[in-house]
Design a protein around this ligand. Structure first.
Ligand code: URA
Length: 323
């Protein structure tokens, strides 16, 4: 069981995010280089670095046809120019022989000697410290602010799992559908660490009930870790769960008669928002992406236990099944 340290007396001058995360997260956050400016300063993009270049892999939008052909692995740009002038390249069914034509890889159909050519969308991994009053969806019909309004994206990005509108903290956004699927699959029961602030002090017996599992309308919750982290006030709890049902944390506390005043996800699959202010984002580093791939790939780390009612968990992670 992860151990939580007791929260020290509140220091009003302390930075909000990093201190909180440090105290409740059982997984050491990745070390960040100190010599780089952070995107937490107003969400500005980072200066180019090897790590970033590798990890960002952003999709360019409109580009010259010869660059498109080069990126698709057909030929070097110079050779691509030769192909174009020789009349074997077509865009949207029309042969292009002049140089300098631009194409949109997401929209235009390019062929070489009649064979379709495409470039794979590049993979993007963004870690957002989600603020309040922002919904976790790709688009909102009612025009409310979504998490995608807060991050740069030239390609379709999906939030991995869902946080309620007023839940803050760790949210991963990516267009890597495979990794997103693995991270949210019910059989991969990686820890989600939450800081829960209640409207009143919690009873010891209720803490024990949370740890054992409580009955919700969609079944009993699996055993979890729960610690008070603001003694003697006893209103703030660090909770580690391995499930991702819809509004699970709020419903767990509501089932015991508590109102959740604030909810922050401080860690998800080992990712934390250390160093990121609310609303700020950063690209994952290559080694962080590799780690996520490794942990979602390892059969020894996959916990395929059934829940306490003996039912398969498939379909339970309703909040986590986006995309
Ligand atoms: N559990 C909740 O109740 N809400 C969230 O946003 C995440 C987990």
């Amino acid at each position: 069981m992860a151990r939580f340290r007791q929260r020290p007396p509140r220091n009003p001058s302390a930075g909000r995010t990093s201190k909180k995360v440090k105290q409740v997260c059982p997984v050491p956050p990745p070390k960040r280089r100190r010599d780089k400016p952070s995107r937490s300063q107003g969400g500005k993009p980072a200066p180019r670095s090897k790590a970033r270049t590798a990890a960002v892999r952003q999709t360019a939008t409109v580009m010259r046809l010869n660059k498109f052909l080069a990126e698709a692995g057909i030929a070097s740009r110079r050779k691509a120019d030769e192909l174009i002038t020789s009349g074997v390249v077509a865009v949207n069914g029309r042969t292009v022989t002049e140089l300098g034509v631009k194409v949109d890889p997401g929209k235009d159909a390019v062929t070489v000697s009649g064979a379709p050519v495409s470039i794979q969308p590049r993979l993007v991994y963004i870690l957002l410290n989600k603020p309040k009053d922002c919904i976790t969806t790709a688009a909102d019909e009612r025009g409310r602010r979504t998490v995608l309004d807060l991050v740069p994206h030239h390609t379709r990005l999906y939030p991995v799992g869902r946080l309620d509108r007023n839940t803050t903290g760790v949210l991963l956004l990516t267009n890597d559908g495979d990794l997103a699927y693995r991270l949210t699959h019910p059989s991969f029961r990686h820890p989600r660490v939450y800081r829960v602030r209640l409207e009143r002090r919690i009873r010891t017996s209720d803490l024990a009930a949370l740890r054992r599992g409580v009955v919700l309308e969609d079944g009993m919750t699996a055993p979890c870790e729960a610690e008070i982290i603001d003694r003697p006030e006893n209103r703030t709890i660090a909770l580690v769960i391995h499930e991702g049902r819809n509004r699970q944390v709020r419903r767990m506390f509501e089932s015991l008669g508590y109102e959740v005043k604030s909810l922050e996800r401080v860690a998800f699959a080992g990712l934390t928002v250390q160093g990121l202010k609310r609303g700020a984002w950063r690209y994952l580093e290559e080694r962080e992406i590799d780690r996520l791939r490794r942990i979602t790939d390892s059969p020894t780390l996959r916990n395929t236990r059934k829940n306490s009612l003996g039912k398969s968990r498939t379909g339970e992670d309703a909040d986590d099944l986006e995309p």
